[in-house]
Design a protein around this ligand. Structure first.
Ligand code: MG
Length: 402
């Protein structure tokens, strides 16, 4: 049987890697719909190769350009744009939806895919950070299958027993399946060995040069502050129905052990591979079967050694902020995520220093009250309030710098 796939965020790094896996398995997967923000040239190339029935370019001018380009190539593909266009791609024509749109912008299309009862491969962290438990409950009601693409969460998924994989998000799995803890690994980012003084002078270019993974700019900065690991902790709580104290964070600079699960008998299962997003993508596309990912086989002799060290919660205070937000629950993770998005953008724009990113997030968390009732409306309101507050803080900083 051929799976029909919609890829939201097809021109980003996860989207492009998904298409590479599909290219290797043409008998199993067929591309039905693609969506991107504004990269018309790459979208044109993807349309020529994969012939989707429908395309969304979120940017209106890009949609107009793409229509002209497609006509010039003799391709008849429906191109939509504007509000609601992403959700309009979620139809029964696609049984698999890859959600790879960066930031809170991917939220409503992810919810639409879950409501449609699709197999939903989630790469964007924000929906699971802002609304983890809510989304997992929604998935059970609509019989949607959630499969994590984030390499750590996919690694944990692979190390869980089959019964738990089939009831992802349900509480009580820890006791039922004899699990002691999850071990979330992180490379420690490019500044793992920096001291606080050195962190003060970090530039956006340094922050975006990750030693092991090739990623977009926002997630590269998150990796450098270690907010990425903090967001992943929150994401894991929602996905696997656990509390933050059930999950340890371990620094593993080689990024080869992608995460682990420890059972009560003392066994630790790990998922190990080259750091290549095609591995978790192929796992999620194929599950419960295995398909060729095209990723290079791991050479254990070259990999040589695996190091593990505890994270420095003082130097990387984002980790502590994220643990606190996970513990508080309610709208706290949504506040954290929104403030972080604004602060990272301000850093990338040269408006604030690197160490101010987490300080602005902490100040926002201090000031905006947390609502314990979590649903789409309360999450969006928290998102809006945190963005507004954090942007005001960042602009104050900016004036001081000038
Ligand atoms: Mg990750």
């Amino acid at each position: 049987m051929t799976d029909s796939v919609a890829i939201l965020g097809s021109t980003g790094s996860v989207g492009a890697s998904t298409l590479e896996v599909i290219r290797l398995n043409p008998d199993r997967y067929q591309v039905n719909a693609l969506a991107a923000s504004s990269n018309t040239q790459l979208m044109l190339e993807q349309c020529i190769e994969f012939r989707p029935a429908r395309v969304v370019m979120v940017d209106q001018a890009a949609a107009i350009r793409l229509r002209t380009m497609l006509t010039a190539h003799g391709l008849e593909i429906d191109v939509q744009s504007g509000a609601g266009s992403l959700e309009s791609l979620i139809t029964p024509a696609s049984n698999t939806v890859v959600c790879a749109i960066v930031g809170a912008a991917g939220l409503s299309s992810t919810l639409a895919a879950v409501r449609a009862g699709a197999r939903v491969l989630i790469a964007n962290k924000e929906p699971l950070v802002m609304l983890g438990q809510y989304i997992m409950d929604l998935a059970r009601r609509h019989e949607a299958e959630i499969l994590p693409l984030d390499s750590e969460h996919n690694a944990i998924f692979q190390c869980l027993p089959g019964g738990w994989q089939q009831t992802l998000g349900a509480r009580g799995g820890k006791e039922r399946y004899g699990i002691r803890r999850l071990i979330l690994t992180g490379s420690g980012g490019p500044f793992r060995t920096f001291d606080l003084e050195q962190l003060e002078h970090v530039t956006p270019e340094q922050a975006c040069a990750h030693p092991n993974w090739k990623m977009g700019r926002k997630i590269s900065v998150d990796s450098a502050t270690m907010m990425n690991k903090g967001l992943e902790l929150i994401e894991a709580c929602g996905l696997f129905g656990l509390n933050e104290q059930d999950i340890d964070i371990v620094i593993h600079p080689q990024s080869v052990v992608h995460s682990m699960v420890e059972y009560v008998d003392g066994s630790i299962l790990a998922q190990i591979s080259n750091p290549d997003m095609k591995v978790p993508i192929a796992n999620a596309l194929g599950w419960p079967q295995r398909v060729d990912s095209g990723a290079e086989s791991l050479n254990l002799f070259t990999a040589g050694r695996f190091d593990f060290e505890p994270p420095d919660y003082d130097k990387f205070s984002a980790l502590k902020l994220a643990r606190d937000a996970a513990k508080s629950g309610g709208t706290a993770p949504a506040l954290l995520n929104a403030a972080n998005e604004v602060a990272v953008q301000a850093f990338l724009n040269g408006e604030i220093t690197f160490t101010r990113i987490t300080q602005l997030v902490a100040e926002t968390m201090d000031k905006i009250p947390i609502t314990s009732d979590i649903n789409l409306a309360t999450a969006l309101e928290a998102d809006r309030a945190a963005r507004q507050f954090c942007a005001a803080l960042a602009s104050l900083d900016c004036k001081l710098v000038l």
